[in-house]
Write a protein that binds this ligand. Sequence first.
Ligand SMILES: Cc1cc2nc3c(=O)[nH]c(=O)nc-3n(C[C@H](O)[C@H](O)[C@H](O)COP(=O)(O)OP(=O)(O)OC[C@H]3O[C@@H](n4cnc5c(N)ncnc54)[C@H](O)[C@@H]3O)c2cc1C
Length: 311
Amino acid sequence: MPEDLIIVGGGPAGLTAGMYAARARLPVRLLEGGVSGGQLNNTAVVENYPGVESIAGYELASLMERQALKFGLEIDRERAVGLAATRGGFTVETESGRAYHGRAVILALGATPVKLGIPGETDYSGKGVSYCAVCDGPFFRDQEIAVIGGGDSAVEEAVYLTRFAKKVHIIHRRDEFRAAKEIQEKALQEPKIEVHWSYVPVAILGNDGTEALRIQSVKDGSEQDLPVAGVFFYVGLKPMLIDGVRELAKTDDRGFIITDESMACSTPGLFAAGDVRSKVLRQIATAVGDGAVAAFAAQHYLEGGRHTQLG
Ligand SMILES: Cc1cc2nc3c(=O)[nH]c(=O)nc-3n(C[C@H](O)[C@H](O)[C@H](O)COP(=O)(O)OP(=O)(O)OC[C@H]3O[C@@H](n4cnc5c(N)ncnc54)[C@H](O)[C@@H]3O)c2cc1C
């Protein structure tokens, strides 16, 4: 039997959409290919989610999942691999060979870290190169490490990594951070952090594991090797897309899905929410907002309207 609504992805956006839809008693099923909570599970501490002063990312993830399940959301542990428009809706195919049919679909696939592609990055992946401070930080107790980037995630995770590391080098290509001022202040006051302004990483060096990071000045081209055992990359995100999405939804030049303000994609009945969407701010608060709107708009779509006017 086809569901009314299939949600693909169980991060903050998908779980919120699922909670709203289940609470509205819509026949809904959510497909999650990994662990519910998505990027929350890679986030040490969340301090900017309204109403919760400070909480571990994985804990907020499990609270969100519990609340959605309480309202009757069905979650299947399935990784979607393809999306196709079929008569009366959509089919989502999964890695295990199952096909889910829904009259409407919300894509809440999230995003994944961009790789810089410098020499050594792939070779030393899992041998010092990481994209997740929460997962790998404790391996670097009393060692020197580097964090690449200057946005919220980079600077926040650098501060978190000072719990373990003897010294944390932040490599940033500009001469000021993009991160929120409060996060910047924490980092700049932290004695274990040294910022290398206007430098870019050019290679990771080592033998069996990472031994050094070569950085280059963007001002005069000079290079130096930092003796680090770990390098954490936070240089941006790319959308997690599945086959068929680009045929059914317009995307921007970086591949993020373009929606209108009711989260509707270019094909009626298809919606997108959260980090996978083309938007100005990728955060938990905006992901849950997108998820709520997408569920509401999908419900109206299923009740007969094509493009829903909200508000
Ligand atoms: C290190 C780090 C720190 C951060 N710190 C903060 C912070 O302090 N405050 C804040 O507000 N935000 C923070 N963020 C950003 C925040 O985590 C994201 O904006 C938010 O998680 C986006 O939610 P989402 O549901 O759109 O996507 P995601 O969290 O990426 O979730 C997407 C989900 O979809 C699943 N999925 C993907 N593809 C498939 C598929 N094919 N089939 C089935 N399932 C699939 C994934 O497994 C995942 O669970 C941080 C992010 C990172 C990486």
